[in-house]
Design a protein around this ligand. Structure first.
Ligand code: ADP
Length: 294
């Protein structure tokens, strides 16, 4: 079992932005979702774990080894699929992966060939292995990105907003691939899509303004709201009035009517029906709490 431990991580950029503030996280095998709105600090945290930037203070260990100081260790153990894996040269998928494998330290030629072909097969690009990667669709590029992240059998994989820009079918395929590989290693999925975390992750954390504001199992978070989420369909014009009187979690427009989700200990009025809460409800609920506390 792998264990990644972050203790009291802080990072302030040169422009004064406090991107990470007092972050503590314990992550073991399986898929871990890091959720938060844009600007919450997710990318900053992922880059810090990947060793692309150092924290100002705090410690990060993987299986007991300090990865902030031992940068060679993290390079060996880590596969990273950044948000902007922007290099798509005019060489074939096979050649590019082979080249990246060499950089990763897979020196034995025969072993490298075997690994490269096995990975192309795993991400369903085997039949496209001789095509130049710049001709690939968004989904194919992301799957290629996963193949390069898996080079050298890393124990930790970080994927940053991997499904941004993919169409629903490509996104589904990509997510299936992630969940297949996520059992025996740590995969951290950084995203603003609650649905991806709900479908894929066994553990998660929520970030807001540089801080981790919740950490645990998605099912546990959802259960914590049982019996406290209520739904009512109202007229669009009534919105302001309801916002004044109720703790609204979310609103959704359907067929010109507004469906509202409200947080309340007991049924607010006889027209409200109780809902089985979802992870979306939980996410909006704690985001609203942050706004109220601010
Ligand atoms: P997220 O990935 O959750 O969208 P980021 O980590 O990208 O969040 O950004 C967190 C905050 O840090 C934002 O306010 C962003 O503008 C700022 N930021 C990110 N990278 C840099 C940088 N290299 N220099 C200065 N500020 C940055």
């Amino acid at each position: 079992m792998n264990q990644l431990s972050l203790k009291n991580i802080n990072k302030t950029y040169g422009n004064g932005v406090k991107a990470i503030e007092g972050v503590n996280l314990e992550i073991s095998n399986g898929m871990f979702g890091l959720l938060g709105p844009n600007g919450a600090g997710k990318s900053s945290l992922m880059k810090t774990i990947a060793g692309l930037q150092s924290p100002d203070s705090g410690s990060i260990t993987l299986n007991g080894t300090d990865i902030v100081t031992d940068t060679d260790f993290i390079k060996q153990q880590l596969g990273f699929l950044p948000q902007d894996f922007g290099v798509y040269p005019k060489i074939s998928a096979y050649d590019l992966l082979n080249h990246l494998a060499t950089l990763k330290g897979v020196v034995n030629k025969a072993a490298r060939k075997e690994q490269v072909l096995a990975l192309l097969d795993k991400v369903n690009l085997y039949q496209h292995r001789n095509k130049e990667v710049y001709t690939f669709s968004g989904g194919m590029r992301q799957r290629f990105g996963i193949a390069q992240a898996l080079l050298g059998n890393p124990q930790l994989i970080i994927v940053d907003e991997p499904t941004a820009g993919l169409d629903p079918e490509e996104r589904n395929r990509f997510n299936n691939l992630l969940s297949e590989i996520g059992e025996d290693i740590i995969i951290i999925l950084s995203t603003h899509l609650v649905e991806d975390v709900k479908n894929l992750c066994t553990n998660m954390a929520v970030m807001h303004q540089g801080k981790v504001i919740a950490q645990g199992k998605p099912s546990h978070f959802v259960d914590s709201l049982a019996g406290a989420v209520w739904k009512k369909t109202i007229d669009k014009k009534e919105r302001a009035e309801y916002e004044q009187h109720f703790s609204i979690i979310s609103t959704q427009l359907t067929e010109g009517k507004l469906s509202i989700h409200v947080y309340a200990d007991k049924r607010p009025d006889s027209h409200f029906e109780v809902l089985t809460p979802t992870l979306e409800d939980y996410y909006f609920f704690i985001m609203n709490q942050q706004k109220l506390a601010a």
